[in-house]
Structure formats: C-alpha cells, structure tokens
Design a protein around this ligand. Structure first.
Ligand SMILES: *[C@@H]1O[C@H](CO)[C@@H](O)[C@H](O)[C@H]1NC(C)=O
Ligand SMILES: *[C@@H]1O[C@H](CO)[C@@H](O)[C@H](O)[C@H]1NC(C)=O
Ligand SMILES: *[C@@H]1O[C@H](CO)[C@@H](O)[C@H](O)[C@H]1NC(C)=O
Ligand SMILES: *[C@@H]1O[C@H](CO)[C@@H](O)[C@H](O)[C@H]1NC(C)=O
Length: 340
C-alpha cells in the first residue's frame, strides 16, 4: 500500500477527467494479481498516468479487461494485432465520448464530382515517400475534432503537391469558425463541409498563427494571415471506393470517414478488418486521411494517417482493408482543389 499511497491526490490524467461514473464497490487489492498490477504500473509510468486511490482500482480493472481482450485477439488468427496504447485505461464508451463523433453526420455524396479516369493503377502508392507532401501525425486529444485533422492533412498535402511547399495548417480555426457549414467544433463535423467553409471563408491560417487548444473557442480568423486556399471541393460518390483509389493514385491523399468500433481502439499493426463495424453513411464516427494504398499477402489495404498522436498504431498510422467499403470507409470521401 505504501507505493500506492504515494500516488494519491495528484490530478487525474487529462482524458480520464470528467469520464462516466465509477462503479461503487470496485475490486479490492486482494482480488487482483500482482502481475496485473505490475503491468498496469509500468503502463502508467510509460504514459505518465497518476490516479487517486479510488480511480487507481477503477482504471486497473478496465486495464485488465482491455489487456485480456488484446491477448485473446492476438492469440487468434487475425489480419491485425492489438496492443496496449494510451487508451488502455478507458472503456470504449469513454473513448467514444471523448474522441469520436457521437451524432450521425450528414455524410454522403449521392452524386460526387470526382472525375474518374480509367486505370491501370499502380499496385501501391505512398504519398509519404513521393516527396515532402505529408505533415507529421498530430494529436486531437479528447475533442471530437478528427474532422479538422483530416481536413488540414488533406489541404496540407494538396497544397504541397501544387506548390512544393508543405504548410502546417490550423485545426483550431475549423473548430472555432466553421459552424455555418454543419460543423460543431469539438462535437463533430466532416471534411467535405470543412473544405466548403475554407472555400467560402477564403482561407485557412497556419498552425503557428492559430494554434490548437482542443477546446471550443470563439473564431479568431484574420484574413491577412490566411495561408492555404480552396478553389473547389470534390466529393467522391458514396461507396465508390474505386473513385478513392483513382484519386489517391493520380492526384493526392483523400479525406474519408468510417466507423470506429471497440476493436479499433486497441489497433497496433497489420491490416485492420472488422466484422463488428457497420458500412453505411449514418454510422461513420471518425475522419482520417488516406495517404496511399498497397497489398500484403493478397490483402489490399489503405495506408491511413490518424490524429491520435505518433505513438498510437504504427507511428500514428494504420492499415485498413481496401475494396470492401470496410467500416463504411467509402461513405463520404472528399478532397479539395487548392487555390494557389
Ligand atoms: C445535417 O443537415 C441538416 C440540414 O442542413 C442540419 O440541420 C443538421 O444539423 C445537420 N446535421 C449535423 C450533425 O450537422
Ligand atoms: C462546441 O461548439 C458547437 C457549436 O459551435 C456546439 O454545437 C457543441 O455542442 C460544442 N461542443 C462542446 C463539447 O462544447
Ligand atoms: C460536397 O459535399 C459538401 C458537404 O458534404 C456539400 O456542401 C457540397 O455541395 C458538395 N460539393 C459538390 C461539388 O457536390
Ligand atoms: C454492407 O455490408 C453488407 C453485408 O456484408 C453488404 O451486403 C452490403 O452490400 C454492404 N453495403 C455497402 C454500402 O457497402
């Protein structure tokens, strides 16, 4: 108990703050094996977590449940592996509340405007390797602002492809200013709607000039500091995954949305594929950026930039199975034409 007592009364880690109520009784120390506690404590020190005593036992139990799920998954025959990460002390309900889009978005372009060419397409494409076209992985923190990171990621890349200069663009401006286009700050939005905002607003500022806070704020856009511009928004027709392949192969990275379910929270590496998620426009709850695609052992996949920091998944990226509208990933894809 002495070691635990020293953990007392320090502020809870940022994304466990304000989470849902704890179960009253909880498990006492005697019921838990020291091996679990050993793993949990090394995880805590790796992720700089500090809890008060009550929260410690609550989080320990969740950690044990998550670890059990991860170990069971990894013992089975799957295309991807799971691992502990910074979310391993959270239930999926907590994770969803803080990191995902909770309401259905107006996702779907019945008739997109992307102009398809005929293939053939290269077997693999990776915009990270074609030149300096993709900025480092960012971290949205506990705010449902994934859509802003998908948007900046895509506009950064299309701007760099057009100008050879890779800007770092502001998510916070989108959080604070893009409401007129059905975006709701930390409570959700969509890349296509954010591109529309940037087009009508005549510009997006840089990350430096309009830094990320991860909270709803008032709009502080300054037109004279606008650094990237959108000429046109291109939506890809819903469920047209070949349209996404065409765009990524020939043009640029593409923003898309899909449904994150509890298995995805623990993704570590390999090609994510799920029977748990849905595939329709009304179920998407996360937006990301396809920066390429490839195939491994006969399984085609997308190479995707996420916004959960560089330590999640494969250095902040994940692979997801391609060609099946997996988890609705072809439900609402889009990209902007830059104005340069
Ligand atoms: C979807 O669009 C309708 C009509 O424009 C709007 O009232 C509604 O708020 C939108 N939903 C979301 C989640 O933005
Ligand atoms: C953030 O602001 C939007 C409107 O801009 C609002 O709809 C939403 O509820 C706010 N979310 C939070 C978490 O405060
Ligand atoms: C693309 O989608 C956005 C929002 O989802 C919509 O406002 C816009 O009209 C669409 N653009 C085109 C060219 O269809
Ligand atoms: C969604 O999945 C079901 C079951 O696998 C399939 O029949 C359906 O065609 C899929 N729908 C879309 C839009 O991908």
């Amino acid at each position: 108990m002495a070691a635990l007592a020293s953990l007392l009364l320090v502020a809870a880690a940022v994304h466990s703050a304000g989470c849902s109520p704890r179960p009253g009784a909880g498990l006492g120390p005697a019921a838990l094996s020291s091996e679990h506690e050993f793993h949990f404590k090394s995880w805590m020190s790796q992720y700089n977590r500090v809890y008060d005593l009550e929260e410690y036992y609550y989080r320990l139990q969740i950690f044990i449940d998550n670890k059990k799920r991860i170990d069971q998954h990894n013992a089975g025959n799957h295309k991807f592996t799971m691992g502990l990460n910074e979310f391993s002390d959270m239930t999926f309900a907590e994770f969803r509340k803080h990191f995902l889009l909770t309401e259905p978005q107006n996702c779907s372009a019945t008739m997109g405007s992307h102009l398809m060419r005929d293939g053939p397409y290269p077997d693999s494409v990776d915009w990270r390797k074609k030149g300096n076209y993709v900025t480092p992985v960012k971290n949205q923190g506990p705010c449902g602002s994934c859509w802003t990171f998908s948007t900046t990621g895509c506009l950064e890349s299309v701007t760099a492809i057009a100008t050879r200069k890779l800007p770092l663009l502001s998510e916070q401006q989108l959080v604070d200013c893009a409401q007129a286009f059905n975006n709701h700050g930390c409570s959700g939005g969509l890349p296509s709607q954010a591109f529309e905002y940037i087009k009508y607003n005549k510009g997006l500022m840089t990350e430096d000039d309009y830094p990320y806070t991860g909270r709803n704020g008032t709009c502080k856009f300054k037109a004279q500091l606008a650094a990237a511009f959108v000429k046109e928004v291109v939506n890809i027709t819903k469920y047209d995954e070949m349209g996404m392949v065409d765009a990524v192969a020939r043009l640029n990275p593409v923003s898309f949305a899909y449904e994150v379910t509890s298995d995805f929270m623990h993704y570590k590496d390999g090609v994510y594929s799920s029977t748990q998620c849905h595939n329709t426009t009304d179920m998407v709850n996360h937006a990301v950026l396809a920066v390429g695609y490839a195939e491994e052992n006969g399984i085609p996949y997308w190479i995707v930039k996420n916004s959960w920091g560089p330590y999640w998944g494969q250095d902040g990226y994940f692979f997801i199975e391609r060609g099946k509208n997996m988890c609705g990933l072809a439900a609402c894809a889009s990209y902007p034409l830059p104005l340069v």
